[in-house]
Design a protein around this ligand. Structure first.
Ligand SMILES: [Zn+2]
Length: 99
């Protein structure tokens, strides 16, 4: 039972910090926060997302490109211009790795 609770906490914690910190704060700058809260959010995002963590800076740039160039060849995360899911994820990783 403790394993299920652990997985659920990590899963929903990762979703929350993806939406709250990476998407709304880093990519869209919907709100501001102090440097201390920014650092706390950074560490918690890293903790909850584990191996799937993307840098907030890289995520922000990639995501804004995704909105600006949706489903064109400049979109770093679109299934329209890659042979399959793995090719799309690899190309996305290449974008994020630059930052
Ligand atoms: Zn967005």
């Amino acid at each position: 039972m403790i394993i299920i609770i652990f997985v659920l906490v990590l899963w929903y914690g990762g979703l929350f910090f993806q939406s709250f910190f990476l998407h709304r704060y880093a990519a869209h700058q919907v709100f501001t926060m102090s440097k201390t809260m920014e650092r706390v959010s950074f560490v918690l995002t890293w903790f909850f997302q584990g191996s799937s963590y993307l840098s907030a800076y890289g995520y922000g740039i990639m995501h804004r490109m995704h909105h600006a160039y949706t489903d064109t060849e400049k979109d770093p995360h679109s299934p329209s211009h890659d042979a399959n899911l793995f090719a799309m994820m690899w190309r996305t990783k290449q974008y994020v790795s630059r930052y």
